[in-house]
Ligand binder design. Structure first.
Ligand code: ATP
Ligand code: MG
Length: 333
């Protein structure tokens, strides 16, 4: 018998989505919606934890992210989309979960550590930012999520979620929450166009799903390749070379990619030529997404309606979960 999974994922509306999101989790979501009950959350509350001084940016990007979801084929007839801030039960549950986590445990979380560093928060970490893994545990458990398609950087956050779940069930002698399991894709972490380990909005090294062909061309042409590959006839290195990493991630023609690799390694294949080829591959992938996105962008009112309808449905699920939580905590007055 097929295992019954509840799928929960989401993204922070801090900018439009990029190729890292596409291979890291969006492609999985398109598949999972045909197999399981799937929820996709727009994490505006979490976006506020490091964008609290710029709420307009978060607000604008709720629609951008939603357009990206629809454009890649996440289907509102199969998936419930919702806005995190419109489910107050998540905030409520976070408060109860905060008692089950220590500050030192949060400080040791590798995802949090990396992100604190990236944002220059070492000197003064906003409390809201430090506790975001607890809020993420509430996002997952409010719908009793069991399968979480994410990039590899999120594994520690899911481990943290399971620690909270175990504590809750053990302390209150209940079995309210099932454990959650990350689903990591074939490309667990896509590098940035500058060769940095991770493509990310905040590192300015992303190719966005909504980029025009011109912008895409510029980004591909600026990619980091092999510093020592100066003349076309020189042998080139493919390890750590962004162009070949992306061909591995996005070109279905693996035989051709293998040929190009051999040619590059022995010399005689120029960077411009191989970048032109990569541009064609990516443009072919992104053209239908771009076109669908433009269509939905004409119907922003309808798109917002889809999001609010999904939110209404999740609100009911959340109320049911909180009723069980209140009973567990003897707060069912
Ligand atoms: P920000 O810079 O605002 O943190 P981001 O580009 O890192 O944005 P997030 O919204 O933090 O994106 O990530 C959302 C989801 O996408 C997470 O599951 C994350 O693991 C996944 N993801 C993001 N970037 C990548 C990437 N380069 N490779 C694989 N997965 C990724
Ligand atoms: Mg991030």
């Amino acid at each position: 018998m097929k295992k019954q999974e509840i799928v929960l994922t989401g993204d922070r509306p801090t900018g439009p989505l990029h190729l890292g999101h596409l291979v890291g989790s969006l492609q999985n979501r398109v598949k999972l919606q045909d197999l399981y009950k799937q929820y996709v959350m727009i994490a505006d509350v979490q976006a506020m934890t490091d964008n609290f001084e710029n709420p307009a940016k978060v607000r604008e990007n709720v629609m951008e992210v939603m357009l990206d979801y629809l454009a890649v084929g996440i289907d509102p007839n199969k998936t419930d989309f919702f806005i995190q801030s419109m489910i107050p039960e998540i905030a409520e549950l976070t408060v109860f979960f905060l008692n089950l986590v220590t500050v030192s445990r949060l400080m040791r979380n590798p995802t949090v550590k990396t992100e604190i560093k990236a944002r220059g928060f070492e000197e003064s970490i906003p409390a809201g930012f430090l506790m975001y893994p607890v809020s993420q545990a509430a996002d997952i458990t409010i719908v009793k999520g069991t399968l979480i398609p994410v990039g590899e950087d999120q594994i520690p956050v899911i481990e943290q979620t399971n620690e909270i779940i175990r504590s809750f069930n053990r302390l209150y002698q209940v079995n309210v929450f099932p454990e959650a399991q990350p689903l990591i894709s074939r490309v667990a972490r896509l590098m940035g166009i500058d060769g940095q380990a991770k493509m990310s909005k905040s590192l300015s090294n992303a190719i966005f799903l909504s980029d025009s062909p011109d912008v895409l061309k510029k980004r591909v042409m600026s990619m980091y390749t092999d510093q020592n590959h100066i003349r076309v006839e020189d042998p080139g290195q493919i390890e750590g070379n962004v162009v070949f990493t992306y061909l591995d991630a996005f070109d279905p023609d693996t035989i051709k990619v293998a040929e190009f690799k051999r040619h590059y390694q022995r010399g005689g294949l120029g960077d411009v030529k191989i970048k032109q080829y990569l541009f064609d591959v990516l443009n072919q992938l992104l053209t239908p997404i771009r076109e669908k996105r433009a269509e939905y962008a004409q119907e922003r009112g309808e798109v917002m309606k889809i999001l609010l309808q999904g939110t209404d449905r999740v609100r009911q699920v959340a109320a049911q979960t909180m009723s069980e939580v209140r009973t567990s905590l003897k707060l069912n007055y």
